[in-house]
Design a protein around this ligand. Structure first.
Ligand code: ASP
Length: 276
């Protein structure tokens, strides 16, 4: 919860200074990437061969501009690489070596691969390899949504992916319309959960479409996808979602989901369980 407060304050500082929602979600996600308790940046889960491959994406609600990176190994803050793809290139999704070269060319800090390692994630990877200890996956991808004083929304998501994943596996987090979406006319949303199902169910864009074409309000649209459509495809997870009028929802089909929000007055609320 302390990590969430740090992230929310980082976003707040940007917004109070007149910054954009894009800068605010980037700042919030950077704070979570730097906190080793979350599965993004430092503290990411391991690939099956004991390495890391990090994914991230960001989207701007004003014009549907988006940027994403997949399979990064040496960029300290993948969310900033995603923003560079959005703002400095003609592309939307860059993977692997090319994504790292682009980030380095624009001056992003690099780290040695062992920067991302933590004992806790190592033990989780080893446990997943042993059938007698393999447990249900725990999702702790990070994400942020924000609306700024111009009432423009943005969304950002960053992850190490799934524990013990095969090399080259890419989940929903860097896929625009699956793990991340932002449209001023509908919502900004960032997801965590079983990535394969969020991709197959086009989770984030379905929420937007239910609002745009299906006449749902934000709360109904995100609830329908997270609680009905995705479980029907065999996957659990949750989202944080916000629209330009400040409507917010954070449904999850998992028992809990660490999330928090900041009100216009500056109050921070953090939550793990629906009934707390
Ligand atoms: N959605 C992420 C993925 O599939 C995992 C997570 O949410 O922790 O890569």
């Amino acid at each position: 919860r302390d990590g969430l407060v740090v992230a929310l304050r980082a976003g707040e500082q940007i917004l109070r200074g007149g910054g954009t929602s894009v800068t605010a979600v980037e700042a919030a996600v950077q704070a979570l990437e730097d906190d080793e308790l979350f599965n993004a940046g430092k503290g990411s889960v391991f690939t099956e061969d004991g390495g890391h491959q990090l994914d991230a994406s960001i989207m701007r609600g004003t014009d549907l501009a988006a940027g994403a990176v997949a399979g990064l190994r040496t960029i300290r803050n993948p969310i900033s690489a995603a923003r560079l793809v959005m703002e400095k290139t003609q592309w939307v999704l860059l993977a692997g070596e090319g994504a790292e070269e682009m980030a380095v060319a624009h001056g992003l800090p690099t780290v040695s691969p062992d920067y991302f390692r933590t004992r806790r994630r190592w033990d989780q990877m080893m446990a997943a390899k042993d059938p007698s200890t393999a447990q249900q996956a725990e999702y702790s991808t990070v994400g942020a949504v924000a609306v700024d004083e111009e009432r423009n929304v943005a969304a950002a998501t960053s992850t190490g992916g799934m524990n013990n994943k095969v090399l080259g596996r890419i989940g929903d987090s860097p896929i625009i319309g699956a793990g991340t979406y932002a449209n001023n006319e509908t919502l900004a949303v960032s997801a965590t959960g079983l990535g394969e199902v969020f991709i197959r169910g086009a989770a984030a864009s379905t929420m937007s479409n239910l609002i745009e074409f299906g006449g749902r309000d934000l709360v109904t649209a995100v609830h329908e996808v997270v609680m009905d459509r995705l479980p029907a495809l065999g996957g659990t997870g949750g989202v944080v979602a916000l629209d330009r009028d400040g409507a917010f929802a954070a449904p999850h089909s998992t028992p809990g989901m660490l999330h928090g929000w900041l009100t216009t007055e500056g109050t921070i609320v953090t939550k793990v369980f629906t009934d707390e």
